[in-house]
Design a protein. Structure first.
Length: 247
């Protein structure tokens, strides 16, 4: 078996539909200030709502924190009212974009093929996609977790996607925002399964009720290359504590 190259973990904050300008800028400045005082042991990205991309990007200027978006359209331009293209996101200063989040798959009926088209558009625009996958509670109870994961990976990722430009986030749907997390053994099992389908260079994040209390344990699991953080990313001290857990 080839040895995996050593790489920095990534902790990405998904702000979801939260934050007005003043609060978002204040949170970004707080995080940028912490980075300036103590260099983080991992790479950090924050993904605010689209309305905050420009002001948050300006607040992060000069820091090592990367800017990310929460979605993009598969087309580069055109008659798509309310959508943003990957090229627009890159122009706004983004480095990352979250794609295929379970909330997008459920609320907007996005299919694996929809996600695949968006991933291709992101790479064309030189964005790094954070592609979300994960099973529901019913699917886990039925013993279908690994089958669901395999199907989502195969359907959501272009076959020629370079591993060095890919992040996959395993987020069990039943754990998101619920305060519940899989056991360490369950996380290790799923991440090992994902690793067998991806190149050694791709990073695999864990997401779903990640918080300071469980971050260190989760970050120590084999094939866990960081975290996609929801609610805790809206509190600077909590998000920073999760980043520190990577050290």
């Amino acid at each position: 078996m080839l040895k995996r190259p050593r790489m920095r973990k990534l902790v990405a904050g998904n702000w979801k539909m939260n934050g007005l300008r003043a609060d978002g800028v204040a949170l970004a400045r707080d995080l940028a200030g912490r980075v300036g005082a103590v260099p983080p042991p991992c790479e950090i990205a924050i993904c605010p709502p689209a309305t905050l991309l420009i002001p948050v990007g300006e607040a992060l200027a000069g820091s090592v924190i990367m800017l990310g978006a929460q979605d993009c359209h598969a087309a580069e331009m055109g008659a798509h009212t309310g959508d943003l293209s990957a090229t627009m996101l890159r122009d706004a200063g983004c480095r990352y974009v979250i794609l295929g989040h379970s909330e997008r798959r459920a609320d907007h009926h996005e299919t694996d093929s929809d996600v695949r088209a968006k991933v291709a558009a992101a790479r064309q625009a030189r964005l790094v996609p954070i592609v979300c996958i994960g099973e529901t509670q019913d699917e886990r109870a039925a013993g279908k977790t690994l089958d669901i994961i395999s199907r989502q990976i195969k359907g959501s990722l272009p076959p020629d996607l370079p591993g060095a430009d890919l992040v996959v986030a395993y987020e069990p749907v039943w754990a998101i925002g619920s305060g519940r997390t899989p056991t360490v053994a369950e996380v290790a099992d799923v991440h090992a399964h994902i690793r067998r389908t991806l190149s050694a260079e791709a990073r695999i994040l864990y997401g779903g009720s990640v918080k300071p209390a469980n971050a260190k344990e989760l970050m120590a699991v084999a094939n866990v290359d960081g975290a996609l953080v929801g609610g805790a990313s809206l509190v600077a001290a909590q998000f920073w504590a999760i980043a520190e857990a990577c050290g």
